[in-house]
Design a protein around this ligand. Structure first.
Ligand SMILES: [Zn+2]
Ligand SMILES: [Zn+2]
Length: 348
């Protein structure tokens, strides 16, 4: 089969013929229909993820049709259209027993722990625990984006931060995951303030539901925080902030924008641990939360938002490319100023 393949971190991947993926007893092989180009793929290619063994095929945000099922699979059959959380749980450890497969101690991740979905076919493990059936008429982009960015934002905002209708949400960093948070916040009835240095990204944020934007380009961090707070009721700050960029100073902006008892959700990955304004966390009794994807059993509520049309992930897709165009698109994430929105890789 054809796949995007690299033998060395940071060296441009190539599209080439590779061996077929191996079917596990409780797993499936999925024929990939579409896969998102996610910044985590770029981090993996750069060598920032210790799970990756070379040579490697990236890709973890996918939708496709089941091509083969292992003998232990009970709930799924060949021909079904499915997606999968990028964290695939084992279904059989203390975390999974507690319903927290997103932090499963035996987790597998396509595109990290094994070859991923920048390929014609991908192996997915523990199918009964991890697969999510997708309606045949749902846009492939909408379905693929549920595998990583939308699920991570949704879990962060809904399950972790408990975002309520009528609250103010600040989203710092409006790439794909940030824009997904803007859309989810709006769909849930929050007032969303979007922050970025790019006019394009902020225009996109407005289109998908941000009530206010703050262009932080050229501003000091204190000014940015002041502008955000000025947009909140009585200037008292937001109830929830979400950082989707992964920079020390933007993490601090998110935290300092919160009202007393506010909740900060950290999604942006950082190469090094940041210094954080913990004095503010103490004085305002803030909560700092992580989000690491979402287990398959929590998908129905998110999928319902999408199927009903209240949440339209495919509106974020600004570019649809072929597998042959994927290596250059991945490499382009190395240079700042990438175009706003999400790139979707579509297979034949
Ligand atoms: Zn587990
Ligand atoms: Zn991702």
């Amino acid at each position: 089969m054809q796949a995007v393949y690299f033998e060395e971190f940071g060296v441009l991947p190539v599209l080439r013929e590779v061996p077929e993926p191996r079917l596990s007893a409780a797993g499936v092989i999925v024929r990939v229909e579409a896969t998102g180009l996610c910044r985590s793929d770029w981090h993996g290619w750069q060598g920032h993820d210790t799970d990756i063994a070379l040579p490697h095929v990236p890709g973890h945000e996918l939708v496709g049709v089941i091509d083969a099922v292992g003998p232990l699979v009970r709930r799924f059959r060949v021909g079904q259209r499915v997606t999968v959380p990028f964290v695939c749980a084992c279904g059989d450890c203390p975390e999974c027993d507690a319903g927290n497969g997103q932090v499963c101690r035996n987790q597998t991740q396509p595109g990290f722990t094994h070859w991923g979905s920048y390929a014609q076919r991908v192996a997915l493990h523990n199918a009964d625990v991890n697969l999510i059936a997708i309606p045949g008429d749902l846009d492939a982009g909408a379905a693929a984006l549920l595998g990583c960015r939308f699920a991570t934002s949704y879990r962060g905002l809904v399950h972790q931060a408990g975002l309520q209708s009528g609250e103010t949400l600040v989203v710092v960093g409006c790439g794909g995951v940030g824009l997904s948070a803007v859309m989810i916040g709006q769909a849930l009835g929050a007032t969303v303030i979007a922050v970025d240095i790019s006019t394009d990204a902020l225009d996109a944020a407005t289109r998908v539901g941000a009530a206010h934007v703050v262009n932080s380009s050229g501003l000091g961090d204190a000014d940015v925080v002041q502008r955000i707070r000025a947009l909140t009721p009585d200037g008292s700050g937001a109830q929830v902030s979400l950082e989707a960029l992964g920079r020390e100073h933007t993490v601090a902006i998110g935290i300092r924008s919160l009202a007393t008892r506010g909740r900060h959700v950290q999604i942006g990955l950082l190469a090094d641990d940041p210094r954080m304004p913990l004095g503010t966390v103490i004085a305002r009794e803030l909560t700092v939360l992580g989000s690491h994807g979402m287990p398959a059993h929590d998908y129905p509520a998110l999928l319902e938002l999408v199927v009903s049309g209240r949440l339209r992930p495919h509106d974020l897709i600004s570019r649809r490319i072929t597998l042959a165009e994927a290596p250059a698109a991945l490499a382009a994430l190395s240079t700042p100023g990438a175009p706003a929105g999400v790139t979707l890789i579509e297979l034949d």
